[in-house]
Design a protein around this ligand. Structure first.
Ligand code: PAJ
Length: 301
């Protein structure tokens, strides 16, 4: 695996790859890699000639500095994991490679920098106003800021994102569409540990005891899926909240049953509507999210 820290050297190597007409699969990450990330690399390997991962803990998508500071950084281990998974190239830039001083200053002043749209109007519609968008102001702007920058550097044929961050996946799809980027956004299923807990870099901050407790999140989601044809939406929500309350250390931020396309909460779905259940909660100091798709998606999102 070739590792690039410099954008210029990386770009000149990419030019060679492109000259050889090889297709590029791209997996952006913030490191602290686990099996969820690896599943994206593996999927990319089946569909592309060259697989490129990035590791960049993106400061503009964090809501507070302490969360950014505490984000696990395990670079050496990540490199070993990527090599084992068969990743061809790793791009791991420093902050100064990706952001100008002015861009960082805007973030420090909590001003949303929309320059990533390069003058185009990008409208996320209702997608960004719910759930994570509501609880983490500026978060998705930071995500599209870095992902659009990375896309402009890598210019992949396909880019792989996990359904674990379903709202992020939908927003990135919309961004690529509206910026007319010729990149196929590929959605990959959630990878869970043996207890059902969705793999996440943040799980590294959970104690063993907390990890066991966190298994209740996916248990609740699977239970809701099992009951979906027997109960109304409000009954399902009540059952889930009740079940999550049993995990007395959970502080539930939201529990939504929403339309899978618009991500707007649904109260009385029609028979053709596809639904997704999304949850965010705090366990001690760690914020966890998870989701489950209730009705089967007709085509991959
Ligand atoms: P990160 O949290 O490192 O996740 C990188 C990718 O891995 C995302 O597409 C995420 O959805 C996927 N992923 C994480 N856990 C997963 C799991 N258990 N199963 C399947 N896929 C999983 O998401 C980000 O980084 C950042 O926001 C990023 C897109 C890199 C922009 O900074």
């Amino acid at each position: 695996m070739i590792i690039f820290k410099s954008k210029i050297k990386f770009k000149s190597h990419l030019q060679e790859v492109k000259n050889q007409q090889q297709s590029i699969g791209f997996v952006p990450t913030m490191g602290a890699l686990h099996k969820g990330h690896i599943s994206l690399i593996e999927k990319a390997k089946t569909e592309c000639d060259v697989v490129i991962a990035s590791i960049f803990v993106n400061p503009t998508q964090f809501n507070n500095l302490s969360d950014l500071d505490k984000y696990p950084r395990t670079f050496e281990q990540d490199c070993e994991i990527l090599i084992k998974a068969g990743c061809d190239i790793l791009f791991a830039p420093e902050i100064s490679e990706m952001y100008s001083k002015e861009e960082i200053e805007l973030k420090q002043q909590n001003i949303e920098d929309k320059s990533w749209a390069k003058g185009k109007t990008v409208d996320f519609g209702s997608l960004a106003n719910v759930m994570e968008g509501l609880r983490r102001p500026g978060h998705f702007n930071g995500v599209v800021q870095i992902v659009s920058k990375l896309f402009r550097v890598v210019e992949p044929n396909r880019a792989y994102f996990g359904q674990k961050d379903f709202q992020q996946l939908m927003i990135i799809k919309k961004m690529a569409q509206q910026l007319e980027m010729p990149i196929e956004i590929v959605a990959c299923p959630i990878v869970r540990d043996q207890n059902g807990l969705a793999m996440s870099s943040r799980n590294k901050r959970l104690s063993l005891d907390e990890k066991e407790k966190a298994a209740l999140i996916s248990k609740t989601l699977f239970n809701i899926k099992a009951l979906q044809n027997e109960k109304s939406i409000s009954e399902l929500k009540a059952i889930a909240i009740q079940q999550l309350k049993a995990g007395d250390q959970f502080e539930v931020e939201y529990f939504e049953i929403s339309d899978i396309e618009t991500l707007q909460p649904v109260t009385s779905p029609n028979s053709t509507q596809q639904l997704i259940v999304c949850v965010a909660l705090r366990l001690g100091e760690v914020r966890l999210i998870d989701n489950i798709i209730l009705s089967p998606i007709k085509q991959a999102v």
